[in-house]
Design a protein around this ligand. Structure first.
Ligand SMILES: Nc1nc2c(c(=O)[nH]1)N[C@@H](CN(C=O)c1ccc(C(=O)N[C@@H](CCC(=O)O)C(=O)O)cc1)CN2
Length: 281
């Protein structure tokens, strides 16, 4: 059984990005990312801090907007608008989730698709679906990189995605399809979830329930990718997959932490370079 090392693979990607950024800088092309956080959700603060650190590592400038919890929709929209218009800013990141009083969809829709380095804007989603160039959402794109760089063939494989969120499940299915996988998406209304999961050569789990998937959901020799991330009362992290039960049955599996999570940030850095290459002056 192979443990797919997201820390190592994300580091490889960040090093590749670092080289590209240095090359662009040598041509006088600097890259800047606006990082917008509303409120102080502890997990979001960790992710935002790590994104800024990654920017520093690869040589991208991060321009930080740390806004109070009580920020209004109008105030947030005004900041997004300002970033859209600022020619120095190549990418805009609004850390999710936003506080409940804010309309997430309206904010994401307001981001200029040319600066949509998270790949959440409907224009980016459309480009992904039709296979046009554009920004791919970081977490699902990171999963594809984990599979490819670990030597896992996707072409012709039975791929089962558990979860249908706009951020992970749906784009994940689309990216696996683009790699010629045969894709099934499961959700809360799926009948015989266990039986469907057991068909998978590649099982991607993004269901948001700690340790939900145990060995009874997994075929011998399957590849299991765990997108979930949960913290227990002792601050210990776990995923949607019961790793200890499932790992012995797999040919390859991602751990939590150290699997998919770090890839999200590496792919964001890659998208920032893409923004400069596709749309930068
Ligand atoms: N605007 C966005 N918001 C959110 C996204 C996103 O892609 N764009 N994804 C998630 C959170 N996220 C990035 O923002 C993210 C989650 C997890 C990790 C990560 O590296 N996890 C580590 C553990 C880190 C820890 O100690 O908590 C791991 O799994 O090894 C990075 C980024 C929701 N919001």
């Amino acid at each position: 059984m192979q443990i797919i090392d997201g820390k190592k693979i994300s580091q490889e990607i960040k090093d590749e990005v670092k080289e590209e950024v240095a090359q662009l800088k040598a041509e006088g092309k600097d890259i800047a990312l606006a990082v917008i956080q509303v409120g102080a959700d502890p997990a979001s603060s960790v992710y935002v801090r790590n994104k800024k650190r990654a920017c520093e590592y690869v040589g991208i400038e991060s321009i930080s907007y740390e806004l109070p919890e009580e920020t209004t929709q109008e105030e947030l929209m005004a900041i997004v608008d300002k970033c859209n218009k600022d020619p120095k800013i190549n990418g805009i990141l609004v850390q999710l989730p936003l506080p409940k009083h804010l309309d997430e969809d309206e904010v994401l829709l307001a981001i200029d698709p040319k600066k949509d380095v998270d790949g959440f804007h409907p224009v980016s989603v459309g480009n992904m679906v039709i296979g046009e160039k554009g920004f791919l959402p970081c977490t699902p794109a990171g999963v594809i990189q984990l599979l490819k760089r670990s030597g896992v063939e996707i072409d012709g494989k039975e791929c089962v995605v558990v979860g249908r969120s706009n951020i992970v499940g749906k784009p994940m299915a689309m990216l696996l399809l683009r790699e010629n996988g045969t894709v099934t998406v499961c959700h809360s209304h799926t009948k015989d979830l266990k039986e469907v999961c057991k068909r998978a050569d590649i099982l991607v789990v993004a269901i948001g329930k700690p340790k939900f998937i145990d060995d009874s959901y997994v075929k011998d020799g399957a590849v299991v990718i765990d997108v979930g991330i949960h913290r227990n009362e002792n601050n210990k992290l776990c995923g949607d997959v019961d790793y200890d039960k499932v790992a012995p049955k797999t040919s390859a599996i991602t751990p939590v932490p150290g699997g998919v999570g770090p890839m999200t940030i590496a792919m964001l850095m890659k998208n920032c370079v893409e923004s400069k290459k596709l749309f930068g002056e």
